[in-house]
Design a protein around this ligand. Structure first.
Ligand SMILES: [Zn+2]
Length: 367
């Protein structure tokens, strides 16, 4: 896994350098000297990168889980009283007040990471910033790319402000489904998903994210397309599946089967999988058999609410559940999932939940 990750990142740097040399210096070289040149360059990069680990490698090697945020969109709507057209938080970046709101939203969470003495993953507010939703909102491809670039710049500002207190910070490009939330009738086969998501993924990669994560995936076709687009863009990718109250994906597939399918088709390309946007009560039973695929789960972002997706979709007020109870649930999940690297929240959670999770699940770990 790490070798492949290193290779992908190096490949991206190598292509950039190779293009430079191709245009500037290497008009007359033969194919064999390209290969020779490539091998030398890769050797140099390998030596260089051994001296300073990439932030993503540090994350994947950590024994102490990093924290991430809770529900950005639900916080903006229900706590801040903001209107989000099509649930699109990136629209906040259009105004100075909105930008400050999203920027400062992360402060309480980074405080939790600082308290727990661990790292943090900053998600870009781009869950809806893909080409398919661009079509719905009347935003063309170049505008979608610019929105993603702009969101990464904002995330970097937050990182730079906090890096003195939280030394390990990952910039993660958040990717949402092309369709509407949890409606499985809008499922995508992988090739179409790849083409559709490539616009956003290429923009996020070019803007310098450390990784991208697909959140609330309802079926494997779209997840596979996203993984393939991320691989082409040379950016590490994680896949977050959502489950219904029966612990299965909205497509009806079990979590274990979905992970096995994506791993088989993409040769284990995802750096890890996530379970998100469901209450632990909905998927705990699916984990109890202790099967091998549990090792592939690296992140949990659960809902504070026990409501189903159908109920959440029409809910008029926030259901924050109980932060301490959710943190206790996370401790149980941690005992079942040996490779958890990132813990955060989803619908109904805010910084109180993430603070409680930090106390329950991070403090007890040695660095
Ligand atoms: Zn959610």
């Amino acid at each position: 896994m790490f070798t492949k990750l290193r290779y992908n990142v190096m490949q991206r740097k190598y292509m950039v350098l190779l293009t430079y040399f191709q245009t500037v210096q290497m008009h007359h070289v033969t194919t064999s000297s390209y290969i020779h040149f490539g091998q030398n360059l890769r050797h140099i990069l390998t030596r260089d990168e051994k001296m300073t680990s990439l932030p993503i490698e540090t994350l994947l090697n950590t024994r102490k889980p990093y924290l991430t945020d809770g529900g950005l969109e639900t916080t903006l709507i229900f706590h801040d009283g903001v209107e989000l057209p099509h649930f699109a938080s990136f629209t906040q970046l259009d105004s100075p007040e909105g930008r400050v709101r999203v920027d400062s939203y992360f402060d309480d969470y980074l405080e939790a990471a600082s308290d727990a003495e661990t790292g943090f993953v900053i998600d870009t507010p781009t869950w809806r910033a893909n080409a398919a939703w661009g079509d719905v909102m009347g935003l063309g491809r170049s505008r979608i790319a610019a929105i993603n670039t702009n969101a990464v710049a904002m995330a970097k500002t937050v990182r730079d402000r906090w890096q003195c207190r939280v030394s390990q910070i990952i910039i993660n490009g958040a990717i949402g489904p092309a369709g509407d939330g949890y409606a499985i009738e809008q499922s995508l086969e992988s090739q179409r998903a790849k083409t559709s998501h490539a616009v956003q993924i290429e923009a996020l990669a070019a803007a310098g994210v450390d990784m991208v994560t697909a959140l609330t995936m309802t079926h494997t076709g779209e997840a596979i397309g996203i993984v393939q687009a991320a691989k082409d863009a040379g950016v590490p990718v994680a896949i977050g599946f959502t489950v219904e109250t029966d612990g299965k994906l909205p497509s009806g597939q079990s979590l274990g089967d979905a992970i096995a399918e994506v791993d088989a088709v993409t040769t284990n390309e995802p750096i890890y999988y996530m379970i998100n946007c469901a209450h632990p009560d909905h998927f705990k039973d699916a984990l109890l058999k202790g099967e091998n695929w549990l090792k592939r789960i690296g992140s949990i972002r659960a809902n504070a609410s026990r409501m189903s997706h159908a109920e959440l979709d029409v809910a008029e007020k926030l259901d924050p559940g109980n932060p301490q109870e959710l943190a206790n649930d996370y401790q149980v999940l941690q005992s079942l999932l040996p490779n958890l690297k990132v813990l955060g929240g989803c619908c109904g959670t805010d910084h109180r939940h993430v603070h409680a999770i930090g106390h329950a699940c991070v403090h007890k770990h040695a660095a």
